[in-house]
Design a protein around this ligand. Structure first.
Ligand SMILES: Cc1cc2nc3c(=O)[nH]c(=O)nc-3n(C[C@H](O)[C@H](O)[C@H](O)COP(=O)(O)OP(=O)(O)OC[C@H]3O[C@@H](n4cnc5c(N)ncnc54)[C@H](O)[C@@H]3O)c2cc1C
Length: 389
């Protein structure tokens, strides 16, 4: 007998266009990106030909509206895409994430119509690359304490200060830069977001940071010495920069969670194959309950994480507030991804420690997830603050 218990509007099935998108990105990842894993590890760079193919796939415009040449698939569609991209080496999702999720997202969310008309199309096509510059050597978790300053001179602002750990800072053409315009007002009213051309004499790029993982994705310092920003390149209003930063990071945290889901899913698939093939004590290790329980727990956490991401993205697309969901997604999915890779490595035994399985790379790459886009301690603070206010 047909059930009538499903409330109207509650539907966990992805729409057909997103199913198609999911399939096409999965195929792209398997055909074009998987074969590059060793290259990324050895050379610490994504080959230009691969970036060109990512452009052709429209990956640089995924979350943005078709008016600007984007894919027009909303945050849910973007998360579905990032979940699939997360099945590849993390450098690829980092490149897209730094550009779409945060770098260009701030411009998209709060930039003036003129500013967006001028820049968005080439950014969506991947002809120009964006990045997000908030963190400073003395202001990481305490982002409200940034020191980079912006001083108005005529129809220009002059930026001075240092941003650090900026993903794609070495190759980006533009950055959303957060700077102090009125020290006395602090974060609420004293910080402004600027859309900054990085290819100008007032901007220096530091050397690539030497990192634990994420080879192929680089971070570096951006040093501003009287860097010029036209006054009409303010994103939002003077003094609303901190709100723009937080709004942008909310979006970024959902798609970061999506990448965690995809990265964990591929590891689960590897663990299942290995557990069925590896024979010890005369039978596949998959027949050992201890291994079965690890696999069951991994799958359960991925299931929970995926639903959290989709729910957060659904709220974002409905225009509802989703800051608490974004913080929960970021906290849960990143911890989940770090835990999953540890368990999958365990299921692989000594082979998991060897480079050829790719699991030790995923283990190194996962660790940053609990740190960037706001550490997981900061996410807990956001969640608690919202609940206890
Ligand atoms: C690979 C990589 C890529 C990055 N990409 C970017 C980028 O593109 N753009 C950008 O702007 N930034 C970027 N960052 C910076 C990143 O967002 C910061 O590293 C992060 O926000 C943490 O800041 P911090 O490193 O200064 O740590 P700190 O703020 O010094 O924190 C150190 C520890 O103290 C804890 N802590 C701090 N304050 C509190 C508190 N009040 N309560 C409880 N615990 C607390 C933290 O949770 C953490 O465990 C990147 C960093 C890395 C490593």
């Amino acid at each position: 007998m047909a059930t009538t218990l499903v409330p109207e509007g509650l539907n966990f099935e992805l729409p057909e266009d997103l199913k198609l998108l999911k399939r096409s990105i999965r195929e792209f990842v398997e055909k074009e990106l998987w074969p590059l894993s060793d290259h990324l590890e050895e050379h610490d760079e994504i080959p230009k030909a691969a970036i060109d193919k990512m452009k052709d796939m429209g990956l640089f415009g995924l979350p943005f509206s078709e008016d600007y040449g984007g894919a027009g698939i909303g945050e849910l569609g973007y998360c579905v895409a990032l979940e699939e991209l997360g099945r590849a080496n993390s450098a690829f999702s980092n490149l897209i994430g730094a550009h779409c999720s945060i770098g260009v997202m701030a411009l998209y969310l709060d930039g003036s119509k003129d500013l967006k008309s001028k820049y968005m199309e080439r950014l969506c096509a991947g002809e120009k690359l964006g990045c997000f510059a908030l963190s400073e050597p003395n202001a990481g978790s305490d982002a409200a304490n940034i020191q980079t300053s912006a001083r108005r001179e005529g129809d220009m602002f002059l930026l001075n200060g240092v941003k650090h750990f900026i993903t794609s800072g070495d190759i980006a053409d533009y950055a959303t830069v957060f700077a102090v315009t009125d020290k006395a007002l602090g974060a609420r009213g004293g910080i402004t977001a600027f859309w900054v051309d990085l290819n100008q004499p007032g901007v220096k790029r530091g050397p690539k940071d030497r990192k634990m993982g994420l080879y192929g994705s680089h971070t570096c310092e951006l040093i501003f010495q009287d860097a010029k920003v036209p006054a009409d390149h303010v994103i939002g209003q003077i003094g609303t920069g901190f709100i723009t930063a937080m709004k942008t990071l909310d979006m970024g945290r959902l798609s970061l969670g999506a990448g965690c889901v995809g990265g964990s899913q591929i590891l689960l698939e590897k663990a299942i194959v290995h557990a069925k093939e590896r024979v010890q004590f005369g039978k596949p290790i998959a027949r050992q309950q201890a291994v079965q329980f690890m696999i069951a727990d991994i799958a359960t956490k991925i299931f929970a994480a995926r639903n959290m991401v989709y729910h957060g993205a659904w709220k974002a697309d409905r225009g509802e507030r989703f800051s608490i969901e974004a913080a929960m997604v970021k906290r849960y999915c990143s911890d989940m991804a770090i835990w999953v890779v540890d368990r999958v490595l365990q299921i692989h035994g000594g082979m998991g420690f060897m480079k050829e399985t790719g699991i030790e790379r995923a283990y190194r790459d996962a660790r940053i997830l609990a740190i960037y886009e706001g550490t997981n301690e900061i996410q807990r603070m956001i969640i608690a603050e919202e609940l206890l206010k």
